[in-house]
Design a protein around this ligand. Sequence first.
Ligand code: NAD
Ligand code: WQD
Length: 339
Amino acid sequence: MHILVTGGAGYIGSHTCILLIEAGYDVIVFDNFSNASKESIKRVEKIVGKEIILIEGDIRNRNDLHSVFNSYKIDAVIHFAGLKAVGESVAEPLKYYDNNIYGTIVLCEIMAEHNCRSIVFSSSATVYGDPHTTPIKEHFPLSTTNPYGRSKLFIEEMLRDLYISDNTWKIVLLRYFNPVGAHASGTIGEDPHGIPNNLMPFIAQTAVGKREYLNVLGNDYNTHDGTGVRDYIHVMDLADGHVKALNKINSFNEVMTINLGTGNGYSVLDMVKAFEKASGKKVPYQIAPRRAGDIAKCFADPTYAKEVLDWEATRSINEMCEDSWKWQSNNPNGYKEEK
Ligand code: NAD
Ligand code: WQD
């Protein structure tokens, strides 16, 4: 079976390619490299011991997509391609609506033209906004606070409408919580450009000495130690969720909306402690003001994923920190060194 992986050179996509290939799928990576390096796929090839078909193209470009669908009989698409920086989406909303929403429209149109109607989409826990309670179940009310989040929510709605118009589509919407960690080889991982937006890369860069200290963004939240609580999930567990979704996609008779989280909530200070233990390095920090739009607590109820995909996260917070550290300490400048 040929699987088109849009955004497959990125952080989550590259890890998912490994498990797809190990599960026997033929993978075609399609990426415009706006936030990725070709080196990630070279390293995936080393891990799996196999060449990967890598196509440089943009999901908004019909010719790019037609040429892939004309060259290969694609059975399903895992759609990771998208922009994901919340702050940038506030400053440049049209860029996000164009890339994420328009890009997905073009992708679905071309898929239908080539008779491919199976798609697994990367949604996000951001669509729950500030949840009224935790753990979060899939039927909770949806709301968003920024253009990035709105792009995810609109795409979810768009894909639901697409299914209503033609129920031969097979659609799985996976709502990720907070992906962290890296492949256990330490050769691939998250490679943010510039100052990281997310907590884990910031901690890792501080531990390795690239940054002086971590700003803990608020210590007056209603949580066990006052700092923000999130559901950090190992990227290899997340990757496994995609393989399980694909394995089952043909058996679904409705649009499936599924949380991928561990069900555990850890605070910023819990993460600092866990990282210090796993790395043997100090992570200096200082308390700073809250970040606009942040919420106190966000963690999943992952029971539906267990029920319908037979999937659950298995890797501990210690493994998440150890693997992030392996990647960060072996590759202090990300993929740049070997370019
Ligand atoms: P990433 O930036 O590492 O990967 C996205 C990939 O898509 C990159 O390789 C980028 O070059 C590519 N891309 C972007 N626009 C494209 C376009 N128009 N055409 C072709 N390729 C394009 O991000 P990631 O962390 O791997 O996230 C993957 C997906 O999961 C994204 O859709 C993201 O919004 C979603 N998601 C991520 C998180 C997270 O915290 N990392 C959480 C929830 C959801
Ligand atoms: C986690 C916690 C911060 C940085 C974001 C997006 C969301 C999703 C995942 C894609 C919070 C605190 C952070 C720092 C800190 N992405 N923090 N110092 O905010 O849960 O979600 O990424 O869909 O859409 O909004 O993740 O890693 O940014 O923050 O104290 O330097 O760490 O306040 O409590 P978040 P995060």
